[in-house]
Each structure stands twice: as C-alpha cells, then as structure tokens.
Design a protein around this ligand. Structure first.
Ligand SMILES: *Cc1c(COP(=O)(O)O)cnc(C)c1O
Length: 394
C-alpha cells in the first residue's frame, strides 16, 4: 500500500504508541485522585503539558487538552465570541476556505446574532494581511484564519495577520492542525492568541488535541462537569493519549527540518510528474505550501472515480477533505480559489511524507496518468471538450 493521505490522518509513531501502551498498563490512575497512584498520572499529564508548550513557545498554563482539533476550534471561537459579545462586539472575520469545524461554528454564531465576514482567498489560496486590516471594524471581536489549508496546503501569512490583530486589539485564532508538527509554529513570534492542534495529524493518536489560549484570555467551557483543565474542559483526562501526543510532537519537532526537506523534494517530483498530464493544474500556491501537499484538478473527470481506481492500484489518496468525500458537492476550498464546479469535481489530493521512495512517486505519477486517461475515455464532459462543444478551462 502507498499511503498518500496524511492530511486526513497519520499513522501513530512507534514511540507514541509505546508511551500509550505503557501508561495504560502501568499508570492508569485518575489524575484527579489525591493518593499517590493518581498523582503519578497527574505528573504525566503536567509533563506532557510542559513538553507541548515548549514546542510551540507557550507557557504550560496556556495549554488546554481537548478531544482533538474540532473541539479546540469550537472552544476557541465560542470563547472569543462570548468575550466580544460582553463588550458589544459581535463581528468575526474568517476566510472562505476554513475547515468545517470553523465554518460550521461560525454559521451557528451567525444564527445567534453574530456577523461574519469571510475573506476571499484568491486563486493562489492565500489571505493577504491587508485584507484582514481592511475588514477589521470597531465591533470586530475575532479574526480566525487557518495556519495551513488542509486541502490545498497553502500556508498563510500568520505572523503578519497576528501583528495587525495585536495592533487593532482584536483576538486572533488560528486552526493550526495542519501546521503543528510539520512547519515551525511559535505562538509568541507569530502573534497568536488562540491556536488549535490535533495529535493524529502529527503521528499521535486520534481523539486528542490541544487548545493554546494566551494568558488573560478567559475560555468558555463547552463541556460542564468536574474541574479538570482549570475548569475549562470537564471530563477525566485522556492521560495515555495526551502523553502520546507529547511524545509525537517532540519527535516531530526534533526531526522537522530534515524531514521537511526530504518531503519537499518528493512533493516537487510528484508535482512535476502530474503537470505532464494534459489539461491539469496544481491547486494553490506552489511556494507557500506544506512540504507534503499536492493537489491537482484534471479536466473532464470525476474525482471520486479517480480515487477508487487509484485504490485498486494500492494508492490511498483523497479528493480533498475527508469530510466532503461521500457528498456530491465539490470542495468548498476549490470553489473558494475560483475553480468552477466541473473542474473542482476532478480533484486529487496527495498528502505525502518522507517514507515514500522516488520509485513510489514514479508509480503514483504513472498510475494517475493511466487512470485519468482511462476515465476521460468515457467521460461525456471530455467528449464535449474534445469536440469543441465546450471550452477547456485548464
Ligand atoms: C483534521 C483537521 C481538523 C479536525 O481535527 P480532529 O482532531 O480530527 O477533530 C480541523 N482543522 C483542520 C485544518 C484539520 O485538518
């Protein structure tokens, strides 16, 4: 199997899985229990908090453990909205290509009386700091812009956007789920007030993540109950998962530079190969891009059939976000960068890491070429394009 869907999830690393297993076997006490066996689990929890904070340049007190990226996004945005509403500020700025964990939370807030401005991300999939500056109003309480897009991999000018927010006194949240563990992220240098991350996107376990909230930002809890996470997130902590997340993040941070260089070289080889396919185009900026992200549109085909045929050839890929597969709507991200429906339907996302060989990259290129040609062979849209009844866009 060639696994090329690391943006959907990654395999847990050996050391993270070992951390988890040993804690489940040996340190399974409740961290809220006062006896020493419980306090041992508490120590594990607080050590993980320190390690995670160190990687992103935060203070341990600014880290709150959650069930993953979605929960962290929900909590960050709701907390900032509530803080804003208390001051009569009910305007939020975001972008059109955020993850659904952000967009759907914003939809709900709109129903609750907030006003949301979604910024354009242009053809290259990048939000400009000037756009943010222009959109900020007297009543803006929050700007939420993702660090790197999960479908097209474009990296946003987060530091500059954060600087503008600081200057204007507006809270800044970033969904950094695709960035943390893959590219350098530092909450202080990057002027970030709130940040979401998820362990299973950097070789940690699924169902665990964290929210960074800068000192003085009062979080609102989504889950009521016990006083865990300083009263901001009730429920007995997932100690093995949290410790494994810390193990995975430390590992990712330590090897980041070398791994990223190797991954980028493979990515560029893959992009070069796929570019040879006629009437195809890379989606998103080629330079400001995650090391392992490749996203293409092929005119005249259907992304879903492409995926299934690639699966037959042992290649695991995606048409975009895992959340949109299974629905017939084209990706909101591809529509946001201006792809028309027909073209957006023919998309392919390959999110790779440095475990692949150059031969495997060659095999992916060859397989995609064959499958695209095959599908175009009986595509009515392709026939119309070839007959000149429709104009090629790509
Ligand atoms: C995967 C992902 C999420 C959701 O994270 P979960 O831990 O799966 O809830 C949110 N935002 C982005 C950008 C993602 O890629």
């Amino acid at each position: 199997m060639i696994y090329a869907d690391n943006a959907a999830t990654t395999k847990i690393s050996k050391s993270a899985a070992d951390t988890m297993y040993s804690l489940m076997q040996e340190t399974w006490g409740n961290p809220s229990s006062l006896y020493s066996f419980g306090q041992k689990a508490k120590e594990v929890l607080e050590k993980a908090r320190e390690e995670i904070a160190a990687v992103i340049g935060a203070d341990p007190k600014e880290i709150y453990f959650t069930s993953g990226g979605s929960e962290a996004d929900n909590q960050a945005i709701r907390s900032a909205a509530l803080l804003g509403a208390k001051k009569g500020k009910k305007h939020i700025i975001s972008s059109a290509f955020e993850h659904h964990a952000v967009l759907h939370t914003l939809n709900k807030l709109e129903q609750e009386g907030f006003e949301v401005t979604l910024l354009d991300v242009h053809e290259n999939g990048i939000v400009l700091p000037e756009q943010v500056e222009e959109a900020i109003r007297e009543d803006t309480c929050l700007v939420t812009i993702m660090f790197a897009n999960n479908e097209i991999g474009t990296i946003q000018p987060i530091r500059a956007i954060g600087e503008i927010c600081r200057k204007k006194g507006v809270l800044f949240h970033t969904d950094a789920v695709q960035a943390v563990g893959h590219i350098p992220v530092n909450v202080r240098q990057d002027n970030i007030d709130l940040l979401s991350a998820s362990a299973h996107k950097f070789h940690g376990p699924k169902g665990v993540g964290f929210l960074y909230a800068g000192k003085g930002i009062r979080l609102d809890s989504l889950i009521e109950g016990g006083a865990q996470e300083r009263g901001k997130r009730a429920g007995t902590e997932n100690v093995p998962g949290i410790a494994a997340m810390a193990t995975a993040l430390k590992e990712a941070a330590a090897g980041m530079e070398e791994k990223s260089a190797r991954t980028k070289a493979l990515r560029d080889l893959l992009i070069e190969g796929l570019r040879q396919i006629p009437h195809s185009a890379l989606n998103g900026d080629a330079a400001s891009r995650l090391p392992g992200n490749v996203n293409f549109c092929f005119e005249g085909i259907e992304g879903e059939s492409l995926l299934l045929l690639l699966d037959d050839k042992g290649i695991q890929a995606s048409s975009g976000s895992a959340c949109t597969s299974g629905s017939l709507d084209p990706s909101h991200v591809l529509l946001a960068i201006g792809r028309v429906h027909d073209v957006a339907h023919g998309s392919l996302r390959l999110s790779i890491e440095d475990d692949l060989s150059e031969e495997e990259i060659g095999y992916i290129v060859q397989s995609v070429k064959e499958v695209v040609e095959y599908l175009r062979g009986f595509s009515p849209i392709w026939r119309d394009l070839m007959a000149g009844k429709k104009e090629f866009i790509l």
